[in-house]
Design a protein around this ligand. Structure first.
Ligand code: HEC
Ligand code: HEC
Ligand code: HEC
Ligand code: HEC
Ligand code: HEC
Length: 168
């Protein structure tokens, strides 16, 4: 029984691994299309992480807000700023802002935000660092398989291969 799905799993993973990004090495902040600051919005304006990243069901993604959400304030706030003019232009063109992604695991890995957020001692910071103190975000935390497993070990959670890899 075990081997009947172990072989296709190995093959899928080997093929996908050929294009794998290096998830261990922290990145420096990329130049984003708009100079958005988490520090300014979270620390100074008191917005909560989940107001902008609501983690809708089933919880696979935290999501990044649409321009509509930003314009709720910025149709009136700082309208003369060149950065807000860029935001307003994306909005009136009906386009999403092409933010550069920082944290992504390959799509053949099962990761779910909701399953982690209720856990004692686990917060956004555990996996993304001190976001509320950053002007520009970088991928400052390791999200490789080793990092997942280290935390699972520390919390006595399962490290069964099939927890994170399915056998399709
Ligand atoms: C006002 C809305 C807003 C709030 C509040 C906010 N964020 Fe964000 N977040 C964004 C936007 C816009 C981006 C994309 C630009 C960037 O990376 O800075 C982003 C990007 C991110 C990313 C990287 C996403 C990726 O593609 O990899 C993480 C992680 C993140 N936010 C975590 C947080 C956490 C944790 C908090 C609370 C401390 C928070 N955010 C609060 C709007 C917000
Ligand atoms: C709850 C209201 C609110 C929301 C929602 C909001 N902002 Fe802001 N934003 C502000 C305030 C207030 C400032 C600071 C103005 C100041 O410097 O006094 C600001 C500042 C900024 C600035 C800096 C402008 C400059 O040149 O100084 C940028 C860029 C920006 N916001 C982008 C965004 C983006 C992108 C979103 C959506 C992901 C967003 N904001 C959502 C209230 C908001
Ligand atoms: C246990 C680790 C962990 C925790 C806790 C966590 N994240 Fe994530 N986050 C990740 C991983 C891994 C990814 C990449 C997921 C993917 O590619 O499907 C990610 C991706 C993201 C993204 C970008 C892609 C998306 O999901 O839309 C945002 C935004 C984000 N996280 C915000 C948050 C916020 C806000 C919190 C707290 C409410 C949080 N994360 C808590 C590990 C975590
Ligand atoms: C900060 C610690 C931490 C990190 C980092 C972490 N996890 Fe977890 N994860 C946990 C804990 C604790 C549980 C057990 C939750 C429970 O029993 O309710 C868990 C549970 C899970 C589950 C099972 C959820 C369920 O209820 O069936 C999956 C799948 C999972 N993690 C995948 C990942 C992946 C993939 C990564 C890396 C990208 C990762 N985790 C990183 C702490 C972490
Ligand atoms: C807690 C989640 C988790 C568990 C448990 C897990 N993996 Fe992974 N695995 C990942 C993540 C995330 C990646 C992609 C990131 C990376 O390569 O580090 C990955 C990537 C891989 C890769 C391809 C990447 C490489 O390193 O070349 C293989 C092969 C793999 N896993 C096999 C396994 C086997 C075999 C087991 C059981 C012993 C296992 N995994 C258990 C999360 C997990």
């Amino acid at each position: 029984m075990r081997w009947s799905f172990a072989a296709p799993l190995a093959i899928t993973i080997i093929i996908a691994a050929a294009e794998l990004p290096d998830l261990k090495t922290p990145r420096t902040p990329p130049e984003q299309p708009i100079a958005f600051s988490h520090k300014l919005h979270v620390n100074k304006n008191g917005l909560k992480c989940t107001q902008c990243h609501p983690v809708p069901d089933p919880g696979d993604f935290a999501t990044v807000p649409k321009t509509q959400f930003c314009m709720g304030c910025h149709s009136a706030v700082k309208t003369e700023s060149p950065e807000i003019k860029k935001l307003a232009a994306f909005h009136s063109d009906g386009k999403r802002v092409p933010w550069i992604p920082l944290y992504r695991v390959p799509e053949w890995v099962s990761f779910n935000h909701k399953q982690h957020l209720g856990v004692q001692g686990v917060s956004c910071e555990s996996c993304h660092g001190k976001v509320s103190e950053r002007d520009a975000l970088a991928r400052e935390k390791d999200i490789s398989m080793a990092a997942c497993m280290d935390c699972h070990r520390a919390h006595k959670a399962s490290n069964d291969c099939l927890l994170c890899h399915d056998h399709r």
